[in-house]
Design a protein around this ligand. Structure first.
Ligand code: SF4
Length: 294
């Protein structure tokens, strides 16, 4: 339903007795874009797949499976039949998913292409004739062709150059807002995502450790993991400097803060007691010894 808010409570993904994600509570607002960030293995992709109801075989998900979800993947080439022109692929989705008669798909295809800033003539191209950015736009058009209730993007921009990446992120957010559908965008790129998303959730070891308005989260990280992550990233301000490394170590999977084995600020309490949420509704975090806002 357009403009509606979908509340997800207690989303979990497990492998046997081992919890890989969650429990996560997410509020997905119609037309709002939620960015999910974290390092590899933090559970971002599993979270997205659980929301779509397509976790890999052998895993068990609870609390997701939002009907009418459409996923945009990192590799847009995998969507398309390489022997079909892009227009034919869009036509197939419109016909099979939305029951649009083939004879009436032309204007819908044109409208979808224009929505993702492609030309009508691009419908005649084969996937191999498109650049990575064009193909990702076409993949977004494919997702929109299903008239999704929830738009999910999994590292959809990570294979693109920085300029194209920012344009595609902006495009994803625009189409979600124009259609008043909620979108969840997963990315490694915290800064780009925080500048376009309405809210950010930072995952560590499958658990949300900090969340809020993107600009607040990036400007004043409070959880020690996020503080270190932001300090260790290469950027213009840190050019020429030796960057601090996040200490290695196994994440905690039972009680206590999952970052405790790697955290320079950890104490006995961190190892035995999971921190509760603190902060405000616009920016909250789970850390016993949070970083002071700079
Ligand atoms: S709760 Fe403790 S271990 Fe976890 S990030 Fe905060 S200070 Fe570090």
């Amino acid at each position: 339903m357009r403009g509606a808010t979908t509340v997800i409570q207690g989303l979990t993904v497990s492998l046997g007795e081992r919890r890989l994600v969650g429990p996560l509570d997410l509020e997905l607002k119609g037309g709002g874009v939620l960015g999910v960030v974290g390092e590899s293995g933090s559970g971002k992709t599993l979270t997205l797949r659980a929301l779509a109801g397509i976790v890999p075989e052998g895993l068990h998900a609870l609390g997701g499976g939002v009907p009418g979800s459409a996923l945009v993947f990192q590799d847009p080439g995998s969507y398309f039949n390489p022997r079909w022109r892009i227009g034919r692929s869009l036509q197939e989705v419109l016909h099979v998913v939305r029951r649009v008669p083939v004879s009436q798909t032309e204007s819908a295809i044109s409208s979808l292409l224009n929505d993702v800033e492609l030309e009508n003539d691009d419908a005649e191209l084969f996937p191999f004739e498109m650049s990575g950015g064009m193909l990702q736009r076409a993949a977004i058009a494919m997702a929109l062709a299903t008239e999704p209730q929830l738009l999910l993007a999994d590292e959809a921009t990570s294979a693109l150059d920085p300029l194209t990446r920012d344009r595609i992120l902006t495009l994803l957010c625009r189409v979600a807002r124009e259609r008043e559908i909620p979108a969840v965008v997963v990315s490694h790129d915290l800064e780009s995502l925080s500048s376009v998303a309405d809210g950010i959730v930072v995952l560590y070891n499958g658990i949300a450790i900090e969340e809020g308005q993107g600009s607040l989260v990036v400007a004043t990280p409070r959880h020690r993991y996020l503080e270190l992550l932001l300090k260790s990233r290469p950027c213009r301000e840190t050019a020429g400097r030796v960057l601090p490394e996040i200490p290695r170590g196994e994440s905690e999977t039972s009680q206590g803060c999952p970052f405790a084995p790697r955290c320079p600020n950890a104490d006995g309490r961190c190892r035995t007691e999971m921190p509760r949420w603190a902060g405000s509704s616009s920016h909250r975090f789970r850390c016993h010894h949070p970083a002071e806002p700079q």
